[in-house]
Design a protein around this ligand. Structure first.
Ligand SMILES: C[S@@+](CC[C@H](N)C(=O)[O-])C[C@H]1O[C@@H](n2cnc3c(N)ncnc32)[C@H](O)[C@@H]1O
Length: 230
């Protein structure tokens, strides 16, 4: 299916808030002017081949839910050899990321707009394998009744396993203790994942808006880095 429904039912419970504010006039302008340069559209029945849409043959990094794009920029600068793909649902964040990409004149980032689970499962050509996948400060859905809306779930890990190269790295950060516990439980329940103790998660990412929000509330930041042996 081209969309989030199968047999009339949603394939995934939305992990994001339905509304995330309006785009500012500046975000609208940059979106109109730059989306064609950095955005990848996906259509039912067509697969995206990063090898074609990205110049170079460097490793692929993926960031899911990049928000305003701070870490995309960090990744692109600290890994100039890498090809960075960012997926985000909300347009204001995409507009903001496009502005930063333009200001920093970065050529190694491409953006997709949509539910990352749909894109990973339906829209990437085989074999697309990422060296690194980052999920930074995902919407926490801290109440037990909304825990099913957390994006880190067994089925997302299954998608990651299919899309990581051997030895590929999964980096999750959160400022919410119950989300940290949730992730550790979900990851340890699947066979194969290893804690990548040789990686320092905090150094692997740039500071993001939601990290700063967490720090303002005196939350502890948890960076979890796992390796998929493949
Ligand atoms: C709490 S914000 C964190 C943003 C950013 N990573 C940061 O640290 O500032 C979570 C982001 O994930 C995005 N998101 C949530 N579920 C998503 C999904 N299934 N696919 C793509 N993006 C998603 C939301 O739109 C939101 O921008």
């Amino acid at each position: 299916m081209s969309n989030l429904k199968r047999n009339g039912s949603l394939r995934w419970t939305p992990s994001y808030l339905r509304r995330q504010g309006q785009m500012t006039p500046g975000q609208k302008r940059i979106y109109r002017d730059k989306w064609d340069d950095f955005g990848l559209e996906f259509r039912y029945g067509e697969l995206i081949d990063p090898a074609v849409v990205f110049p170079g043959d460097g490793p692929l990094h993926l960031e899911i839910g990049f928000g305003m794009g701070e870490n995309l920029i960090f990744q692109a600068k600290t890994h100039p050899e890498a090809r960075i793909l960012g997926i985000e649902v909300h347009k204001p964040g995409i507009g903001s990321a496009l502005k930063k990409i333009e200001q920093e004149k970065l050529g190694n980032i491409r953006l997709m707009r949509g539910d990352a689970r749909l894109i990973l499962s339906d829209y990437l050509v085989e074999p697309t394998r990422f060296r690194q996948i980052s999920v930074l400060f995902p919407d926490p859905w801290p109440d037990p009744e909304s825990a099913h809306r957390r994006i880190v779930q067994d089925d997302l890990l299954a998608l990651f396993e299919a899309r990581l190269s051997p030895g590929g790295i999964l980096h999750i950060a959160t400022d919410v203790d119950v989300y940290r516990d949730h992730c550790l439980e979900i990851v340890s329940a699947r066979k194969g994942w290893e804690k990548a103790g040789d990686y320092d998660g905090k150094r692997m990412r740039g500071p993001t808006r939601y990290e700063l929000k967490g720090l303002e509330k005196d939350h502890t930041i948890h960076d979890m880095v796992f390796r998929w042996p493949g």
